[in-house]
Design a protein around this ligand. Sequence first.
Ligand code: PLP
Ligand code: SF4
Length: 447
Amino acid sequence: MTEQQALWSVNETTSIKTYTLINFRKIPQIQQMSEEAQFEMEVVGNVLPFKTNNYVVEQLIDWDNIPNDPMYVLTFPQKGMLIPEHYDKMASTLRSGADKKEIARVANDIRLQLNPHPAGQMELNVPQLKDGTKLYGMQHKYDETCLFFPSQSQTCHAYCTFCFRWPQFVGMDEMKFAMREGEQLVQYLKEHPEITDVLFTGGDPMIMKASMFSAYTDTLLDAKLPNLKTIRIGTKAISYWPYKFLTDSDADETLKNFEKIVKSGTHLAIMAHFNHLVELSTDPIKEAIKRVRKTGAQIRTQSPLLAHINDDANMWAKMWQKQVSLGCIPYYMFVVRDTGAQHYFGVPLVKAEKIFRSAFRQVSGLARTVRGPSMSATPGKVHVLGVSEINGQKVIVLQLLQGRESEWVGIPFFAKYDENAIWLDDLEPAFGEKFFFDDEFKAKYKH
Ligand SMILES: *Cc1c(COP(=O)(O)O)cnc(C)c1O
Ligand code: SF4
């Protein structure tokens, strides 16, 4: 075993060292890079969020494979993530020696042009209590599942360069999507018996100390809500910081709380983000998966399909197989959202579906629990089923996996074949003027 591997063994106590714009130039591997390459990161990192850590840098990134290494592109800003116009604007601002305030002004100006609030998130999904209290720390888009954003989970162990939650991390939405009060969540669940699932999200809820997180789940469990069947946790901690479940001071407490949730009869679903096979390869990650599963929690996995990171069918097939062999359940393949660096990561829908199908065919039925590619668009989760031909016309076949109206779900519909379309907005109905849900959608949700 090399010294490096020993340092990252499963049982050694290890503490997280975070890297951001302020100190990334101290990373030895970064110091090997040209000043120009470092400057490029600084330019992009001043607009989009940037944060990584010692585990990602030392264990997940293959520094012999720079600049193409998927884990490197996943956490380090790349020049192409800004369009040339935006890149040049920030580059010249930095070169001119502008002060912090001016840099922030230019950054915000660019950010506002990156569709910071896709899919009507700010206006359409904010729920309200019967007494009129607006719950900005929640989203309730689909009947059975509501999203809860605890105020203390507005960050992550590292940031993904593709993340659609990026406005929260750069201070644009500070605290807007965040809630302190578990009681309000309970009240909302009482008022909405159709909700069966609460999804803790953020940021990453596993960034919270165990005692803080369990305060929320205790409040939920103590309320003994008959409708609450599942607590979900959306997290990338297993990959970015597996020590959360191994040697962190609150690791055991975290796992005990998971056990407590399971013992209460509530299903605990860990919605784990794994973007690449590499993230399932290290001992600490495998051990973290084992320990989480031992609590009785189920791990379901999801990731967007990302150019420059994972647009490779064989990799997906291997990743899903690996997940199954580690006891995880492949769940969703998403399409990158229409925000931030979509121009960099986006994969056209037709190509995405080809990649999905080619990977899906290679795996056994146990891994075919996965669904996708799926776009979280304003009307709902739109599943690209494939390309077909009807009466000589080439079409893209779609259905909604989730809809703002549950009646929309599961009905196949057709868009004109378009190889370049990367989002629902780019698609045109194949027959007639509109998609079947358009009228109701406009009437109810467009103001
Ligand atoms: C995906 C998603 C959910 C959960 O949907 P499932 O298909 O039940 O996993 C809930 N709310 C929003 C806003 C979502 O995007
Ligand atoms: S871990 Fe999740 S919330 Fe955090 S940056 Fe990555 S995708 Fe976004």
